[in-house]
Design a protein around this ligand. Structure first.
Ligand code: ADE
Length: 229
């Protein structure tokens, strides 16, 4: 079985409408939907927003369902001029931009007492994803920065680290925590996001406007992935 996660209901809604043999169960207020998409056995769920919920949900689903892979989809802010709203950004690797133990000598993003900083996507899943052609916009393979902050201004303290020290291409609030839990459990993982905003002064407005369109692109992407896995 393959687990498909998104942070918010609107990020997973299109998956639900095309699932067959859907059975829904409730876990701590979160609905898990089991069934098939294009004949592939899947579990679709909402993780909730932020690193804690995403990590909690990932571990729970790994323990209870033993998936052979986890795909995380949804929205991200772009950190690069050439990555436009509507484009697809697949994470080559991911880093927690708000992990900062520089006071005890670690570079930003590194998990202390380990050498984990940039968590790589599963190479086989990444290879499949790199063949995806979105119906709208372009495909980018790059670095996703994750943190418990919605980035709305280039002047925000964290913004300078995102494109500077961390060389990020996109920013969101769950991916690196999912990747870390998957790495610990040795479960293949891939994070792919549709760009909803430019992580600047118009981010909040663009994000709201883009939300309903986002899961359409995610569904195309997931279908493409399922066919190749
Ligand atoms: N997800 C989508 N846009 C975002 C942003 N600007 N900051 C953090 N997470 C996001």
């Amino acid at each position: 079985m393959i687990v498909i996660l998104g942070a918010m209901e609107s990020e997973i809604s299109e998956f639900l409408s095309c699932m067959q043999n859907r059975q829904t169960c409730n876990w701590n207020g979160f609905e898990h939907h089991r069934g098939t998409i294009d004949g592939h056995e899947v579990l679709v769920s909402r993780s909730g927003v932020g690193k804690v919920k995403a990590a909690m949900m990932t571990q729970h689903l790994i323990d209870d369902y033993k998936p052979r892979a986890i795909l995380f989809t949804g929205l991200a802010g772009s950190l690069r001029p050439h990555i436009a709203i509507g484009d697809t950004l697949v994470a080559r690797d991911l880093v927690q931009h708000d992990m900062d133990t520089s006071g005890i000598g670690y570079p930003r993003g590194q998990i202390p007492f380990t050498d984990w900083r940039f968590l790589p996507a599963d190479p086989c899943l990444l290879e499949i994803a790199s063949g995806f052609t979105p119906q709208q916009g372009s495909l980018h393979i790059g670095r996703i920065c994750t943190g418990d902050q919605f980035i709305t201004h280039r002047e925000m303290d964290s913004h300078a680290h995102l494109t500077g020290e961390l060389e990020g291409d996109g920013v969101e609030m769950e991916g690196a925590s999912v990747a870390q839990v998957c790495a610990i459990n040795k479960v293949p993982c891939l994070v792919a996001r549709t760009i909803s905003d430019k992580a600047d002064g118009s981010a909040a407005v663009n994000f709201e406007e883009f939300l309903p369109r986002a899961s359409h692109n995610s569904l195309d992407f997931v279908r493409y992935m399922l066919a190749g896995m």
